[in-house]
Structures are given as C-alpha cells and as structure tokens.
Design a binder for this molecule. Structure first.
Ligand SMILES: Cc1cc2nc3c(=O)[nH]c(=O)nc-3n(C[C@H](O)[C@H](O)[C@H](O)COP(=O)(O)OP(=O)(O)OC[C@H]3O[C@@H](n4cnc5c(N)ncnc54)[C@H](O)[C@@H]3O)c2cc1C
Length: 486
C-alpha cells in the first residue's frame, strides 16, 4: 500500500546524524559512514533508517510513559520492500524488530532495546472501495479510513473509542468497541492480510489462503508477522444516530440491562462507564447506547428503544448526532486533555475481560477497592458486555461465557510519580489474578506485569498453535520482544 519513490534515498538520520552503512556483527553495533572494520552493508532502501537521538527516544516511549527501551535504529520505510529487506537483514544478524503504529499501547509492547523499530505510518495507502470492502495500509488511522469510506456511504462496522490508532496496531491486539457485541472485534472484520513474516517473506493470507498465518496474525500481538496491509469489510453507514446516556445507581441492574440490550441487539452500540460519586465511591453507572438511523437502521423511536429499561429517567439524555461526530466523540475530549497537559500523563491501564456470570462479583470487588486517586483526574472506568458468538478470532482470548464484560480501568498519574505508578501496576496485577482465577482474561493493551507462564496460561489451548506458528513464521524469534511472550 505504498508507492515506491522513483529515486532510492540514502540511509539518513536527522540532519546531524551519521549515515548508517551497515551492522558490525562482532561488535553488535550499527556502523556509520567513516567507520573502519568489517561490517555487513545495509541493503539499499527506498525510505530512511534513522539513528538520531530524537528518533530513537521517540521510539523508546509510548502512551504509557512507564517503560523505555531505546532501539538502535528506526526504519521509516519507503516501501514494503524496505520492510522485507530490513527484516531479512535483522534476521541474519539476530537483531530484534518491532513494528510501531501510533505507539498507543501502554507498557513497552512496541519497543525494542537495541533493535529496530519499524514505523508503519508511511504505509498510508487507502485503495478503492469495492464490493463493500477496502484495502488499506497498516499505518492508516481509523479516523482517516472512516472519512474515506463515508464518502461511499459505508463504514467499518467496529470502532475503538479513540480513532487515532493504526489499523495494523489494533488488528494486532483485537480492536474492541461498542459495536463488538454485534460484529465482533475489528479482527473479525478482516478478509485478507498482507504481511511480512519474521522470516522476511511477503505473504497474502486470508480464511482461504494460508489460514494458519491469517489466524496467527490477527490479535497475534506481532509475534509471527508484521501487518503491512489489510482488506476490511464495510457496512452501510447511518447518516445520523440517536445517542443515549442512561444513569443507574446499582451495579446489578446496570449489568442486567446492558446484557439484555446486547442479547436483543436493540442498539447498534452499547458501552458503559462507572464514575465516582460525591463520596469517592465508584458506584455511579452510565449506560451508553446508540441506535443507527437510516439508511443503516429504521428511524429511531425513543420509546421503543428504552422500553423496559430500569435506569433513572431523571438523569437520562438523548441526542441526535452526525455519524462521524458520534464515532469520533472522544476526539474533542482528547484535544482538551492535550490543552490541559493531561494527555502526557502516565497510563498504567488495566483492561480485563470478565466472565459474564461473574461480572457483578468481580467488577463489584474491583470497583469497591478503587479510589479517585487510583484512576486519576483524566482517568475513566469502562464496563460493557460483548457477545462471544461474534468473537471468532482464535488468538483474541475471551472468558468462556456467552456474554463476557470488558472492565477497563484507564488510570492516569504524573509520570514522575514512580511510587504511584508502581503501586498501580501492583494493583493491576492483583486485579488480574483475581479475575484470572475466576476464568477471566486480560485484554493485552494495558500495563499488567506479565511473565511467560502468564502468557502460556493466557493463550491456554491456543498456545501450541501460536508457538508452532512462531517457529514457522519467525524461526529466529526476532519479532516484537516487548510483549514478553517468547
Ligand atoms: C486513548 C486510547 C483509546 C483506546 N481505545 C481502545 C478501544 O476502545 N478498544 C480497543 O480495543 N483498544 C483501545 N485502545 C488500545 C489500542 O487498541 C491498542 O493500544 C493498539 O495497539 C494501539 O494501536 P497503535 O497503532 O498505537 O499500536 P502500537 O502501540 O504502535 O502497537 C501495538 C502492538 O502491536 C504491534 N504492532 C503495531 N503495528 C503492527 C503491525 N502493523 N503488524 C504487527 N504488529 C504491529 C506493536 O509492535 C505492539 O506490540 C486505546 C488506546 C488508547 C491510547
């Protein structure tokens, strides 16, 4: 999904940085122009290999601002061929490689100490919308994609709450949102992937072609291949939506009404938030539900949509929104956070998947122990149901329950307050263990200290499949060490 520049550019870092010419296997260091001694020349590239401090420092950070691992170099590819060439080169020298989309995971997942970070942002192509599908480069952000498909009256069926994430990045983790109960995760809406494996092979895979690779890459946390392009299903987009916020004052009723709504598929979108009340206790619940209008659904009828729900009608709100304004409603909030200087806080996030039949007990326990200081001034707590029957991607691990719930404690705190960060990481681990012991999982985009045994346990019956795919497609084990899986 990247057009080739006509002229091959040199391997240049920022203006002041030296030009990288090779890798010295004996000294295990990149060689720059003027270095004597033997080194293996870097292949010619269409793009740029950056070794300047600023580029490497940027790749040693992420949205969490907790973990920092500095790579030796950053590839800004000018073509997919560059990725193939550099993965082969790195494989030959045992150099670890990690693709990086928007760097919005929170615990070093896209970082690689002394290795090569491959930026996917230049993979920015969006192909024609045809037969209800679109093929895009892995670096495209969901906001850009949505705007492009909406020109055809179509939309990806599932969005994450925040649209400025890369397609490759969310397909590597899953991609869950308020439409997931009806359409699965974003990984369930992919029909074909273009990837570069850890062996340096460019491969197309789909349900009918190299199925094992297709299944190993979707929600595969980058362990077998780098996604360079994806073909995604689209659905009819509504022009406007009817958006409801429905307050509840007890967890049991809130969860039961959410479950009812997703089982009945009454709304196109269902999520929910939990906030602290005046005493600081997390027991204010708001169910968020959205119905799509024509041409994606019937004209919304408030009375029908809300029939039988047990929220507090006094605090309920309903508004009609333009579809894009609805899916991007976090965008303006993020701008405010940036202005207030809160976007750069540390984010020791906790994302858990609870078995539905234990959701009240588990969520209740975690929420009871939560204080406003544990969540932070810009933090949010999300709690909403999914439907297992729609979640068909083998490596997106879910509790064995028809209606699992996502509980996300999206914590924020000052990055320099390392004592608080450590305390919250420990709290994440405790919460994870409690949930795991009752059949729950973590959704691995957050900051839960996790060892190899945990990963084995996490993937469960899918572990032999993932391990075999890793041996086959990344035989030297160079891809994405930041996940800590192998
Ligand atoms: C504000 C905010 C809101 C969010 N909301 C949601 C939400 O509603 N639902 C949800 O599901 N998630 C949500 N997330 C989490 C998000 O989906 C993941 O963190 C996702 O990985 C971010 O995409 P990215 O492009 O930043 O990926 P990165 O952080 O750059 O990468 C994530 C991981 O995938 C690997 N990777 C990146 N690109 C590729 C590729 N092309 N091929 C193979 N591996 C790759 C990286 O090496 C890394 O291990 C949110 C995150 C933030 C910061």
């Amino acid at each position: 999904m990247l057009s080739k520049p006509t002229r091959r550019t040199a391997l240049r870092g920022a203006a002041a940085a030296a030009v990288v010419v090779g890798f010295d296997p004996a000294g295990r260091a990149w060689a720059v122009e003027g270095d004597g001694g033997p080194f293996d020349e870097v292949p010619p590239l269409d793009g740029t290999l950056l070794t300047d401090d600023a580029s490497r420092a940027a790749a040693a950070d992420d949205y969490g601002h907790i973990v920092h691992r500095t790579p030796a170099a950053v590839l800004r590819p000018g073509s997919v061929d560059d990725i193939v060439a550099m993965v082969r080169y790195c494989r030959r020298h045992g150099i670890d490689v990690a693709p990086r989309g928007q760097g919005h995971t929170t615990f070093g997942q896209a970082q690689v100490k002394n290795g090569l970070v491959i930026e996917t942002t230049p993979l920015a192509g969006i192909g024609p919308v045809r037969d209800g599908r679109v093929t895009v480069g892995a670096g495209v952000r969901w906001s850009t994609l949505a705007k492009a498909t909406l020109e055809h009256g179509l939309t990806p069926p599932v969005f994450t709450d925040y649209l400025e994430l890369s397609v490759g990045g969310t397909l590597s983790v899953g991609g869950i949102g308020g439409q997931t109960h009806a359409h699965g995760a974003q990984v369930d809406t992919v029909t074909e992937l273009e990837v570069v494996t850890g062996a340096g092979e460019y491969v197309r895979c789909s349900p009918d072609r190299r199925r094992d690779l297709f299944d190993a890459v979707r929600a595969g946390l980058g362990q077998c291949a780098i996604v360079v392009g994806a073909t995604l299903q689209l659905v009819t987009a509504p022009e406007t939506v009817r958006h409801f916020l429905l307050p509840y004052d007890d967890l049991h009723t809130f969860l039961a009404d959410q479950r009812r709504l997703v089982e009945e598929r009454r709304f196109a979108y269902v999520e929910g938030q939990v906030a602290a009340d005046d005493t600081g206790a997390f027991r204010t619940y708001v169910l968020e539900a959205t119905a799509y209008g024509p041409p994606a659904g019937p004209e919304p009828d408030d009375e029908l949509l809300l029939r039988g729900l047990r929220h507090d009608p006094a605090g309920a709100t309903a508004e009609t929104l333009d579809y894009y304004a609805f899916i991007d409603r976090l965008g303006p909030v993020v701008e405010q956070l940036k202005e207030a200087g809160l976007w750069d806080d540390a984010h020791p996030w906790l994302n858990l998947l609870l078995p539905g039949d234990e959701a009240e007990r588990l969520a209740g326990g975690i929420l009871a122990g939560l204080t406003p200081a544990d969540v932070g001034p810009a933090g949010v707590v999300l709690l909403y149901p999914l439907q297992r029957e729609e979640l068909r991607t083998p490596l997106l691990k879910m509790p064995r329950d028809r209606v699992p719930y996502l509980l996300a404690v999206l914590r924020t705190c000052p990055p320099e307050d390392t004592a608080t960060v450590d305390r919250l990481l420990a709290a994440n681990r405790d919460a994870y263990e409690t949930v795991r012991d009752r059949g729950g999982k973590q959704y691995p985009v957050g900051s839960v200290p996790f060892g190899r045994d945990d990963w084995h346990d996490h993937f469960g019956r899918a572990w032999p499949f993932l391990a075999a795919a890793r041996r086959r497609y990344d035989p030297d084990g160079i891809l994405v060490p930041g996940q800590g899986i192998f």
